[in-house]
Structure formats: structure tokens, C-alpha cells
Design a protein around this ligand. Sequence first.
Ligand SMILES: [Zn+2]
Length: 231
Amino acid sequence: MFKFFEENPEILAVMSEKKDGQMKLFERGSVKNRKKFFKKLGMNPKDVVSADVCHGKKVVTIRNNKKKIISKTDALVTNQAGIFLSITVADCVPVLMFSKNKKIIAVAHAGWRSTLKNIIYSTIEKIEKLGGNVNDLKVEIGPGIGQCHFEIGKDVINKFGKYKKFIKIKNEKYLVDLKEIIKFQLEKNGVRKENIKTSKSCTYCDEKYFSARRDKNKRVEAGVVVIGKIK
Ligand SMILES: [Zn+2]
């Protein structure tokens, strides 16, 4: 599994691999697979609060673990220890945030749609509402589709507006560097460059991860990203 914030032992944050099985909410086998994965990490599955992602821009602040699934939401934020926040991904980029001073954590599901809707800004806004500050915010951009494989149609290019400079034309293909767009947005919103770490892994290239574009299954299969503060 991929580990985030390895220098911060107070944080447990990981992304599952294909071998851990289907993790997409409401899909066959996912309840069992998720339970097994969370238990293996030493988490109580009851402490996991999951976003049912939809490529939107909604961010929800979690105050307790009563509600386990937050519908139509792409990012979660909390300052409560012992609550684990989760999203699912299959090419979309997971963006994890951690404010050490204020003990706030966040996870965002940043596909291109949510990224263009500025989910990064909305997540930072919620962190600030909890008293966090971008100056001490550490961010990790996880494995997700790389520019090598993120091809878009000509019809979609205009939607990228000011981010067109992150699109490269190669053999008449339009390739988007989504992770760089996210990084650009983070810096634009005040996150320090030295506090941003980006995984080089492309989920399409690296077969240990689920990739919606590569796998092309009728049923979307996805991995889970989970982050929590250990008490
Ligand atoms: Zn690739």
C-alpha cells in the first residue's frame, strides 16, 4: 500500500492497491474488502467516515463518526482524533492535507472536474474555518493519472481555461498534467512549495493500482484512501 506523511507518525494515511480488492462504496464485495483493509491497519471500521464521491466541489467537516457515508461529497475535513476520513480513487488524484499545529486533517478526491471546480480552495477554506493556517499546511498529492496517460478530447480543452498551459500536445493528443494543476492551485492558495509532496506514480502505468481508464470495466473498481489521527 502507498503511505502518506511517513515523517508524521501521529498520522495514519494510506492508499490501497488492486490486490486489496474493490473498495468502491455500494459495489459488490466492497463492504468485506474495506473491513478487512481497515482492520489490517489497526482501525475500527466504525471509525471510518467515507465520502461518496461524485466529481463535484462539496467539502464536509466531520465532527463525529455517527454518519458513516457522506453522500455527494468529494472532500472531508476533521480535527477529531480517532476519526478516519476516506475517499475512493481510480485515476482521480487523492490530495491529503495536514495541519500539525491545529491537528486538522483533510482528504480531497481531485479528478479533473473537481479540480476545475476548485475543490482544493474549498478544502483549504474549511481547514481555515477550523482554525488552521495554510502556512503550516503539509500536503501530499498521491498516486493518480499522470500526464503520460491523461488524454482529453479537443472539445474539453476550453474547460481548462487558465490551466491550458498544463496541457501538452503530443502526436495530436492532448495530455493534461493534473497533478501539476493541483500543485499550482495549492501554491496559489498560499501552501508553501516546500510543504507539497507529489507522488510520481501514474495509476495507469503502475498496474498495482486501479485505473478506470486502463481497466475499462463496466463496473468501476477503485482503491480507498484513508487518513486519520492516531490518538
Ligand atoms: Zn501513465
